[in-house]
Design a protein around this ligand. Sequence first.
Ligand code: NAD
Ligand code: TYD
Length: 353
Amino acid sequence: MDKETIIITGGAGFIGSHVVRLFVNKYPETRIVNLDALTYAGNLENLTDIADRPNYSFVKADITDYAAITEVFRQYNPTGVIHLAAESHVDRSITDPFSFVRTNVMGTCNMLHAAKELWKGNYAGKRFYHVSTDEVYGALEKDGTLFTEETRYAPHSPYSASKASSDHFVRAYHDTYGLPTVMSNCSNNYGSHHFPEKLIPLAINNIRHNRPIPVYGKGENVRDWLYVDDHARAIDLIFHNGRDGETYNIGGNNEWTNIDLIRLLCSIMDRKLGRPEGTSAKLITFVTDRAGHDLRYAIDSSKLQRELGWRPSVTFEEGLEKTVDWYLANEEWSDRIISGAYKDYYEKQYGNR
Ligand code: NAD
Ligand code: TYD
């Protein structure tokens, strides 16, 4: 019999590469197909350690191209889909909202429809997993309330609006066609292979090069940070054991104001780089706030903990320390993104196709 196949979209990105690595290593009898368009955020250098494994394949395809997606589905005949491909950066969504509608809304509809057409109502052993974000719930006050799975959707940015819309389509395909979907909404991730436009890798890079660390507004916005490997483990658990049609919130119970986080990061960097304490903090520069900047995100993940026994594996201090160690040991990874050299890797590895 053919190997069981799972298609993971967005596997060349930050979280997707951690999910692909976990699945390729943990399930050697399952064929893992990484489907990714390799936008600016896609970097196959994230996966050099598993690229030659017999149960791993990479397919360059764009989820906005329905014909291309149905062809990949026909060729690989997946029983499972884990959908992470998306435009993911809020600031880019403010300058170019249409790209977010195309990829996050239309692209997700294409994925759902291709799965429905392939499986044709024969849903036994099939699963479509949609990876979403806590940003769909909007912004919390600083009052201690958390986002639960029942919190009303109230997105504010074009990014979160496009993710909210994709979530609605996932529910619609479950409720209308019976597609066996499951979904999770996760808080901010951090860890290795994080594209250096996002706060933590951006700050690490800027500290390394003695450049200003831009902090929006007064740095009082709160995010709930989760180590990326803990997110990947949650996705594995939910994909295999979550209930059809359900949503699971994933979060680290780990709220930090941006300014406190940056101060902690500065002090870790000073220690690691052998600089006097306080050196990096001098780089902190308050800049104009992001338009529509959500004040606070914080997740109640008790459903996931209760039903599937998931727990975060590291404290933030441990996770951040490991993260800094990774960026310092892999400076070339960041440098090749900043210089644009990472874009050559695909052609060298796969030729011009
Ligand atoms: P990322 O930007 O690092 O990676 C996105 C990946 O999707 C890239 O490899 C890119 O090439 C690919 N992609 C983009 N458009 C595509 C298209 N049209 N067709 C095929 N592939 C395409 O994103 P990330 O931070 O790893 O986020 C992954 C998913 O997790 C997203 O759905 C995001 O909304 C969600 N999420 C992210 C976070 C976070 O903190 N980063 C938190 C919760 C949820
Ligand atoms: P980001 O990493 O872009 O994630 P998100 O907007 O999805 O939460 O930003 C995390 C927080 O850091 C957010 O409150 C915006 C803030 N931020 C800055 O203060 N400076 C920056 O340069 C960036 C990129 C983000």
